[in-house]
Ligand binder design. Structure first.
Ligand SMILES: N[C@@H](CCC(=O)N[C@@H](CS)C(=O)NCC(=O)O)C(=O)O
Length: 233
């Protein structure tokens, strides 16, 4: 059994996409990041960066004690290696998957995340910051669009590289992007959207309050963090 510490955000969706595709039995453990549950000592013990997702595998392949993993890219890689699914076994093809996985966790995720922050959540609209991240998201969409011009998925067959990127393209409108400008990306996006496992993964998200009012308290928890936030209350 696998415990997925989860909240229905793009980084959370990456893992429900994998788990729904793979058929591995799993349980969702909600981490309401708007209420500050990411700072609970028990959660920090498995995810010291106070971010979800995190995962605990109670039946690792070596038969030993449970293994915990934090960082969505590391979790995807862990699950792909555990199941030998969604990553090719030969060195050349698997290297392409990891290149694009790291491209997502180091590029598309953080840039689109800042885009969301300055376009949607920042208390003052700062045109320089909004333009910087909308344009950088646009550039990254362009990189992905080019990559997909002559292949169905990012790196061969459907893989953890696609599962990492797809949830960050779902909010394309909020990111100021028009998929009509990226025809190959749009074709890829529609193909993943219609996969039964994707539909199930996004259905699960509906069991959570995905659009809570951004109260002052939530704002402080999410956007007022410093090293002091990690100290026990
Ligand atoms: N690099 C991390 C980023 C995860 C992340 O940013 N998670 C957000 C939700 S999408 C979170 O847990 N936020 C809680 C907080 O900001 O305290 C990963 O890929 O897992």
């Amino acid at each position: 059994m696998i415990d997925l510490y989860y909240w229905p955000t793009p980084n959370g969706h990456k893992l429900t996409l994998f788990l729904e595709e793979s058929g591995l039995p799993y349980r969702l453990v909600p981490v309401d990041i708007g209420k500050g549950e990411q700072f609970k000592p028990a959660f920090l013990a498995i995810s010291p960066n106070n971010r979800m997702p995190a995962l605990v595998d109670h039946t690792p392949t070596d038969g030993g004690a449970p293994i915990s993993v934090f960082e969505s890219g590391a979790i995807l890689l862990y699950l792909a290696q555990k199941t030998e699914q969604f990553i090719p076994q030969d060195v050349r093809a698997s290297t392409e998957v990891t290149e694009w996985l790291f491209w997502q966790v180091g590029g598309l995720g953080p840039m689109a995340g800042q885009n969301h922050h300055f376009s949607r959540y920042a208390p003052e609209k700062i045109p320089y910051a909004i333009e910087r991240y909308v344009k950088e998201t646009n550039r990254l969409y362009g990189v992905l669009n080019k990559r997909l011009a002559d292949r169905e998925f990012i790196a061969g067959a459907y893989s953890i590289a696609d599962m990492a990127s797809y949830p960050w393209v779902v909010p394309h409108e909020a990111q100021g992007q028009n998929l009509a400008d990226f025809p190959h990306l749009r074709r890829w996006f529609e193909a993943i959207k219609s996969r039964p496992a994707t539909v199930r993964a996004y259905e699960l998200a509906k069991n959570f309050d995905t659009n809570p009012v951004m109260t002052e308290e939530r704002r402080k928890i999410l956007f007022g963090q410093s090293s002091a936030s990690l100290e026990p209350k």
